[in-house]
Write a protein that binds this ligand. Sequence first.
Ligand code: TXA
Ligand code: MG
Length: 322
Amino acid sequence: MTDTGFIGQNIDIAATLLKKGEAVAVPTETVYGLAANALNIKAVAKVFQIKQRPTFDPLIIHLPSFDKVNEYVEEIPDIFKTLADKFTPGPLTFLMKKKANIPDLVTSGSPYVAVRIPAHPVVKALLEKIDFPLAAPSANPFGYISPTTAQHVADQLGNKVFYILDGGPCDVGLESTIIGMNDAGEIEVLRKGGLSVEKIIEVVGEVIIRDTSTSNPDAPGMLTSHYAPKVPLVLGNIQALASQSDYQRTGIIAFNQFVPNIPHKHQIVLSPNSNYGDAAFHLFAGMRYLDSCDIDIIYAELVPEHDLGIAINDRLRRAAHC
Ligand code: TXA
Ligand code: MG
């Protein structure tokens, strides 16, 4: 991690570029984001263009603290305040009715804006140095796996961004959990992510989980094919699938143990001691690594549906849809 070239650790350089209306890749505890001044339409447009992201897919805005939220949203439901006290800064994103100062481009025309308070110390320090929110989607080309290191960003967007602020590998490794409130006042989970649904339920009682995928979804993190590697990924019983395939040209994503006969260099064991946090941390980097191997197919198994296992399985299912 040096400060030469476009990957660096200089928060002032990042802040200066953002103030000038450039897009900068930034670390968060979930995944790396491609950030721009959310109040500057031209800067936001650069983010859509660099990612090749359709403008119907809105962006999350990032703020240094929940206290600032009322500058950009009309009303904060009390239950969101309770959740924010408990879980922010952190991997939880809130959908709330936006104020007019948030450009329609950021929300793709929706009256609701997604707001997140990231916990990563580098992006927190950066947000303290600027006086505007950062609109930041994950810093990957649209539809591909989210980056969890600065190098992942450089590998795919390197020639398109001026600066990649390096904050090391992302602790969580999965995108934030997105929640909204429906007209009946119920909490809806629009994307399962780095804060487990169970933890939210502990605070709010019941939630509604929106599992539907459409071509014009409320949260296109819900698009069926998303987070996908280029090598086809098939879900199932990895032992059985592997036994019928060419061992040398098969990749494996397993929860806690290797599959016999397949070279270990083609196997990602997400967490040998079955820890969901570790598994989440390794998932996207593992998919990326296997995508770079000379193999024909990736076989993956679902993990138990608990804790972050719910979000891990969600990403695996989307990755498998190709
Ligand atoms: O962890 C994260 O949330 C990361 C980091 C960088 O903060 N960001 C991220 O952004 O994952 P992105 O753009 O890759 O995914 C954001 C999801 C998209 O599925 C988008 O459709 C949804 O949030 N979203 C954003 N604004 C929304 C809005 N106003 N209404 C509904 N969905 C929204
Ligand atoms: Mg994304």
